[in-house]
Design a protein. Structure first.
Length: 224
């Protein structure tokens, strides 16, 4: 499903050249749950952005579900993102002018789902997470943990093939972290491919593989 060949990413500033990814090779099969570990500056967030079609590699090849994404127009990339990829960002990227339910249904709106149906699906998720009381609250009325949970529901509401998660439990208490990881595990068992960046080593048990990143390179170790 995901195939990277000799991926490099360099950022250019004024008389400064920063090499972040230095020839990454990676394949992720459909249905895998991959955990990515690494210190700050190791390149893991850049890797996640490239996988999510939010940034372009400086060099190398990226195939997503058999599609070579190099050279694709922005509208085609946007359609691929909306159809195949769900995102959980380290920063929540919620829309402050919308309430919680309206934020959750945004991907379904882009997919053309009728308003009544998308609101029904959002309420089902809110109930599953015991968050129904947040439905009409605006972002400024939510705590950081509540905002993260709303962002997670938005990421999974359209049933994407691939879920890219950057510290998905970072702002949650232990109980809610277990709820989130239980849901991610269920989605993975149902066939969703997950790539998760985390610093919490206790979450490794949920993954089928661990990828360690350091200085723009990766190494791997199976977890089961």
């Amino acid at each position: 499903m995901i195939l990277l060949k000799d991926i490099k990413k360099t950022y250019y500033g004024k008389e400064v050249e920063t090499k972040v990814l230095k020839g990454v090779d990676l394949s992720v099969a459909k249905g895998e749950f991959v955990c990515v570990y690494g210190a700050s500056g190791s390149g893991k967030s850049t890797l996640l952005n490239l996988l999510g079609l939010l940034d372009d590699p400086t060099d190398g090849q990226y195939e997503l579900d058999g599609i070579d994404v190099k050279g694709l127009r922005q509208d085609r990339l946007a359609k691929l993102r909306n159809k195949k990829i769900g995102f959980i960002f380290q920063a929540y990227h919620l829309i402050p002018e919308l309430n919680a339910l309206e934020n959750i249904v945004v991907p379904l709106g882009y997919a053309g789902v009728a308003k009544k149906e998308r609101e029904k699906q959002a309420r089902q998720l809110l109930n599953e997470f015991s968050m129904a009381q947040l439905e009409k609250k605006y972002i400024s009325q939510l705590s950081g943990g509540e905002q993260q949970r709303i962002a997670i529901l938005r990421a999974i509401i359209n049933g994407p093939d691939i879920l890219l998660a950057d510290e998905p439990t970072g702002n949650l208490d232990q109980e809610n972290s277990k709820i989130v990881m239980a849901l991610l595990s269920r989605l993975n068992r149902q066939g969703m491919t997950i790539v998760m960046v985390t610093h919490d080593t206790t979450l490794a048990k949920y993954g089928s593989r661990v990828i360690y990143m350091a200085d723009g390179h990766i190494s791997e170790k199976p977890t089961r």
